[in-house]
Design a protein around this ligand. Structure first.
Ligand SMILES: Nc1ncnc2c1ncn2[C@@H]1O[C@H](COP(=O)(O)OP(=O)(O)OP(=O)(O)O)[C@@H](O)[C@H]1O
Ligand SMILES: [Mg+2]
Length: 234
């Protein structure tokens, strides 16, 4: 397994959010975290990325125990995050946002660089000298994905990457994620629409109150009406 999270506990001050979160992610394919608002999906990712301390439990990635490593070391080891809310730098240009994220890695067959990211997102090429604050929501999201790719990740994590975007832009994002999947890039995708994307996700995990309560492939999820009703219906 590329990533293994076991019995992870984390929270904010006095409030516990994760109560023994455990799941694993394969070297290839798309893994999802599903679950209603406030169940701990983003908290899991923050803890995985070293942005929030793990109070108990272990996180292993690519053979290393990365529990409570500093965020930059985790990024350097090969986890790229497209965070909820995008968080691009509004006062830097598109080029600067991309270039400052770059991490070179020797062990990668087809490394990401500015040219390759612009080949994926030609729209960003037209906006290279624009500030982050001059971009549309869709362009900002493409920039957030491009920035994560510049780190040459072995695992790309997308937390609500289609949130708040027009339907046609959301379709663009899904097409992009499918291309990345075809290239063999492992992804964790958190998104309200993800299980409605045919053939995209390989494995689903359902999060409820800070732990995994169900897991299975797309076919199993479609068959499990009770799971959808109990944990995913709004
Ligand atoms: N910075 C914070 N300080 C205190 N509590 C927080 C903070 N961020 C999140 N929480 C709380 O932690 C719990 C889990 O939140 P989290 O953001 O992980 O949920 P989520 O599953 O990502 O939800 P959503 O689908 O809305 O993004 C919620 O009760 C939330 O209110
Ligand atoms: Mg969230």
């Amino acid at each position: 397994m590329l990533l293994e999270i076991s019995s992870l506990h984390a929270g904010y001050d006095a409030s516990e959010v994760l109560f023994g979160m455990s799941f694993s992610v394969a070297e290839k394919g798309v893994t999802t975290l599903l679950g209603r608002n406030g169940m701990g999906k983003t908290t899991t990712i923050r803890s995985l990325m070293g942005l929030l301390p793990a109070r108990a439990g272990r996180i292993r990635f690519a053979g290393e125990d990365i529990t409570n490593w500093k965020p930059h070391r985790i990024a350097q080891l090969g986890i790229g995050l497209v965070p909820e809310g995008r968080h691009i730098f509004p006062n830097l240009t598109v080029r600067e946002n991309l270039e400052m994220a770059a991490i070179k890695r020797a062990d990668i067959a087809k490394p990401w660089n500015l040219e390759r990211v612009l080949g994926f997102f030609p729209r960003l090429g037209e906006r290279l000298s624009n500030g982050g604050n001059q971009l549309s929501g869709g362009e900002q999201q493409m920039l957030a994905i491009g920035r994560a790719l510049m780190t040459n990740p072995r695992l790309l994590i997308l937390d609500e990457a289609t949130e708040g975007l027009a339907p046609v832009i959301r379709q663009d994002i899904w097409r992009t994620l499918r291309r990345l999947r075809e290239e063999g890039l492992a992804q964790i995708v958190i998104d309200k629409e993800v299980d409605a994307q045919p053939g995209f996700a390989d494995h689903h995990f359902v999060v409820e109150k800070g732990e995994i309560v169900w897991s299975g492939d797309a076919q199993a999820l479609h068959a499990a009406g009770d799971v959808r009703e109990k944990y995913l219906a709004i």
